[in-house]
Design a protein around this ligand. Structure first.
Ligand SMILES: [Zn+2]
Length: 270
């Protein structure tokens, strides 16, 4: 099984739909129950599209608008999932990681609809479509749909099997700097598609300049420690330290976090 940023949430939409029985509007409650099978089938299709990374095949809009409106789906999310007895689902997703799976750098600020609920209302309360995210990444993502942009889905995309982010060290007037870049082996069958997805993603989120500056910051914070270690134990000791920090930097199962790449660059640079 390929590694992903995050495992699929263990919480299930079906249990949530079964617990919305305290909906005050009796008619609305009946409608959700009547359409339960249909909504669950759509979630199954979402799963299959996810496995293939074909989110653009999922249709936009709400085919049952006349029975359960987009507003009612949003209301289900706001009042019943975030603010009601489905809160456990929200909390489980929020707490599933401490690092934003989109930028692999900042902490978690919110839960996001991977496919925006305004455009894909059927997935308003599906845990498969709810992902933890930082505020900045979510601001960039906003309500973009899967036809206009390919975001990397933390539960489905198989990119973590591959180290696709690297950094080069450069020295300008005695100051050490880092240049992060995408590096996808052209021996991979789908390398053209991957290059397109990853470069769009890095560009939209402005990640490379961010990683470059964070790496310089990290280096200046750590350089005294590196120097002390070198004085005490020589090159081998410093290398061992880099290696152990590299392992720690491989956050949420990926070697593409900026911190892991930072230590990998130091290890390779000797
Ligand atoms: Zn983020």
């Amino acid at each position: 099984m390929p590694q992903r940023n995050l495992p699929i949430p263990p919480v299930k939409m079906i249990e949530f739909i079964d617990t919305i029985s305290n909906y005050t509007d009796f008619e609305k409650k009946e409608r959700f129950k009547n359409y339960k099978g249909y909504i669950l089938l759509q979630e199954r299709l979402y799963f299959l599209r996810g496995i293939d990374n074909k989110f653009n095949y999922i249709s936009l809009g709400n085919p049952i608008e006349d029975r359960i409106s987009t507003t009612q789906f949003k209301d289900l999310y706001d009042r019943k999932l975030v603010g009601g007895n489905g809160r456990a689902i929200y909390n489980a997703i929020f707490k599933s990681t401490e690092i934003c799976p989109t930028c692999l750098l900042r902490g978690i600020d919110q839960v996001d609809h991977f496919l925006p609920k305004s455009k894909y209302p059927l997935y308003s309360v599906s845990p498969l479509n709810l992902v933890p995210i930082c505020e900045k990444c979510n601001g960039v993502k906003s309500a973009k749909d899967a036809n206009t942009f390919t975001f990397i889905h933390p539960y489905f995309h198989e990119l973590n099997d591959l180290t696709w982010l690297k950094a080069r060290i450069h020295i300008d007037s005695n100051i050490i700097g880092f240049n992060y870049f995408m590096d996808i082996p052209d021996t991979l069958e789908n390398h053209i598609e991957l290059e397109k997805v990853i470069s769009e993603y890095l560009k939209a989120l402005k990640l490379l300049p961010l990683y470059n500056s964070k790496a310089s910051e990290l280096h200046s914070n750590m350089q005294n420690i590196f120097r002390d270690m070198y004085d005490v134990g020589g090159k081998e000791t410093v290398l061992a330290l880099f290696k152990s920090f590299y392992k720690k930097g491989c956050k949420i199962g990926t070697s593409n976090s900026s911190e892991a790449v930072f230590y990998k660059a130091l290890i390779d640079d000797d």
